[in-house]
Design a protein around this ligand. Structure first.
Ligand code: 4AD
Ligand code: MG
Length: 430
């Protein structure tokens, strides 16, 4: 009977068949220890000469890494085994050979590995990361789906910018029109929220960022909720609830993967409500007190976010930024119009911004003057302005970058390992 390694515990003492690949092999005289993987997990298969006969035993001595194999044997509980079980091999069949597999258990440089990303994802740590990514994505969807949010995805081919024009990827559209890959679905989500109340989109977004940092990809996945009749506090509550729920789900369901990554889970366990909420003013004061060369009015750079997030044991929300450094669509603070009602959520342990959003500008005249100030083409925004012409209401939302969240939860140095095929300044292959 074919079983997946993750289900092996249900078949103790029974003859099972595993269909997978040879991950590793070592031999001691009359026994081969074969580490098999089948995508669902890893298990040690013990092959003795006595059980399989001379011929198969000799053949198994030449099996190389990543040979695909079908192995039949009896599942046996073994408390020393990482999965809790081993297999006593009765039969082994080679499906596909594998010669000189380029990724060996020795250390390889990251560029070497990224060039072979299509194979690198077979390794244990990379699999663990991709499973956690899957869990995070599922938790995100579940969070919104169980709270009345309707999935209404935004287009990927767009006629204009959302977050600023410098980082757009242009695309040749039909009939010699120019289109751009989306940077954010937000503007469309605002329209969708006026139709359906609470909405979200979840898809790839693109930014031609020339920055070569450990937090930037040119293609990344973003989930963006938007709510009609919501203010800045509602947006902060939603962001806090989402992050707690996602971290809780990974702790609940993906302990073995976190262990494979040697993640300190106590750090994740302290991600509980309430998250500290500090103003931009206070953030600047805190950074200056730490001796960082931060002036009021400037945007936070990577090192500033890192320093700030290290001051807290859980994510911190920074609100009310200078309007001058934020996007045109942000609502000004009625008490201090030089501030925008935006928030960023910074992850702890120096991971920096994982969420950006806020309350939107709902007033038509003010929005028109902002579009002018930012020298944006008004014609392109006519449809967006309609939302302020026909029953405008206070509303807001945010965007959460999935790769940044995966990097933080997995405790990774760099976002490049958080997505199956990263796209970066100098990387478009494989
Ligand atoms: O802060 P950002 O630019 O916000 C927006 O795009 C808003 N329009 C979202 C909204 O309100 N609906 O991006 C949101 C998040 C960031 O906090 C970060 O997590 C992620 O997207 N992000 C990136 N992730 C990887 N690589 C990049 N180059 C990223 N740029 C932003
Ligand atoms: Mg941002």
């Amino acid at each position: 009977m074919h079983v997946y390694i993750e289900d092996i515990g249900k078949h103790e003492g029974v003859e099972v068949t595993i269909k997978g690949w040879l991950h590793n092999r070592r031999s001691s005289g009359k026994i081969h220890f074969l580490t098999l993987r089948d995508g669902s997990g890893f298990i040690q298969a013990v092959m003795s000469k006595a059980a399989v006969g001379d011929e198969l035993f000799m053949a198994a001595d030449h099996l190389s890494q990543e040979t695909s194999v079908i192995v039949t044997g009896t599942a046996r509980a073994d408390t020393r085994a990482p999965s809790g079980y081993e297999i006593d091999v009765k039969h082994l069949e080679v499906v596909g050979a594998s010669h000189d597999y380029p990724i060996t258990p020795k250390e390889h440089g990251v560029d070497y590995l990224l060039d072979r990303r299509h194979l690198w994802i077979r390794s244990e740590k990379q699999q663990a990361i991709l499973r956690i990514r899957h869990e995070i994505v599922d938790a995100v969807r579940g969070y919104f789906n169980t709270r009345g949010f309707i999935l209404t995805d935004a287009p990927i081919l767009t006629p204009a910018a959302c977050e600023g024009t410098t980082t757009l990827f242009p695309v040749e559209y039909l009939d010699e029109q120019k289109a751009y890959l989306t940077q954010s679905g937000q503007l469309y989500l605002e329209a969708n929220a006026m139709a359906l109340g609470r909405v979200y989109c979840f898809g790839p977004t693109f930014r031609a960022e020339k920055s070569k940092t450990r937090r930037h990809l040119t293609e990344f996945w973003m989930v963006e909720p938007e709510m009609a009749y919501a203010d800045l506090n509602d947006v902060m509550d939603l962001a806090e609830g989402l992050v707690i729920s996602v971290v809780g789900r990974v702790l609940d369901k993906r302990r073995p993967e976190l262990k494979a990554l040697e993640r300190d889970t106590t750090k994740l366990e302290s991600v509980q409500a309430p998250f500290p909420r500090i103003s931009y003013d206070e953030a600047v004061t805190r950074l200056q007190a730490q001796g960082l060369p931060m002036e009021w009015g400037g945007d936070f750079g990577g090192p500033d976010e890192t320093a700030l997030s290290q001051q807290f044991d859980r994510p911190v929300m920074v609100h009310r930024y200078p309007a001058a450094i934020k996007a045109f669509y942000m609502k000004p603070d009625p008490e201090r119009p030089e501030l925008a009602l935006g928030i960023d959520v910074l992850a702890p342990e120096g991971y920096g911004e994982i969420i950006g959003g806020g309350e939107r500008l709902a007033d038509l005249d003010l929005l028109l003057s902002r579009i002018e100030e930012h020298q944006l083409p008004k014609e392109a925004f006519e449809w967006y302005l309609d939302l302020r012409r026909y029953g405008s209401v206070p509303h807001g939302g945010f965007g959460m970058g999935i790769e940044r969240v995966v990097a933080w939860i997995c405790g990774l140095e760099h976002v490049r390992e958080t997505i199956p095929y990263p796209r970066m300044l100098y990387r478009l292959y494989p």
